[in-house]
Design a protein around this ligand. Sequence first.
Ligand code: SF4
Length: 331
Amino acid sequence: MLSSTEIREAIQASAGRQQELFEEARRVRDEHFGKTVILRGVVEITNVCRVDCDYCPMRRGNARYNDRYVMTSEDILSRAREIHAAGIDVILLQGGETPRTLAAVTKAIPAIRELYDNRVEILLNLGNLARAEYARLRRAGATSYILKHETSDPRLHLQIRKETLDSRLRCMRDLLDLGFKVGTGLISDLPGQSLDSIVQDIELAGQLGVHMCSVSPFVPAPDTPLADAPAGSLDLALNVIACLRICYPHLLVPSVSALEKADAGGQSRGLAAGANVLTVNFTGDADRGRYLIYGRQRYIVRLQHVRDIVAGAGLRTRGSVFLPTGAGRRG
Ligand code: SF4
């Protein structure tokens, strides 16, 4: 565990100090997870969203310009079959925050479980919902849920997301209480964010008692109020990955596609900084082009890319850590 002062120093590391930090993070990861990387398959089920985040092209304010889609349960199941065929046992269903996906997801989950003979982790990333809605998804068979705090600075959170940090944290507590494995996450280098605030982001991940935490460097996306702001630093995001790993060895920490967008080779560097999750994109071509999370120029993670960088890092792929022992499929 690092003190606040040590985290503050570590997230600014460069050159030799940064290499020492990464080496320690890899040592901790390998000790807790072996030399393995968990694979997820993601399906982006809708680009409709009722939230108005200043950094996102799918924000509510852009709804009338975007070519909107919401997948049906049959569409979701058909994508899940592809993930199953690829030997991946973590299915991530991700989309904007809208009640319009609830019925399809609730219907698709049991069908996906049947496809996998129950040996599957169903991970959702669908935003803030009412506790009763989370409970319904859990009953349907969802295992885990990503709900990133994005920034732990309440003022900045409200300013950039037009939502309160408290409402986000209330949802996280509901999810944990209902038995979900929960993932949080932060954006580093958000306009207006201080270094101390990033230290608090890292410490909040520990305080919440969550199971996963990601970090994405800020991406100035077109057609957003923050389009002209400077892009986040890849090095800072990598240092945050290493700090998360060293502070909380048990956490799943993904090497996200935004790292690759920041710089070719960014996801390999994420693994070298102690990350242990990669997510392959299984959204269909037409919908993928409409899911404008970082605008049209995002990096699409494909299976071969993941295999290459995992092998290049001297690691191997593995299945879900949240399934009963022996149930996870090996990639
Ligand atoms: S980041 Fe997520 S919650 Fe915010 S506007 Fe985009 S899709 Fe909606």
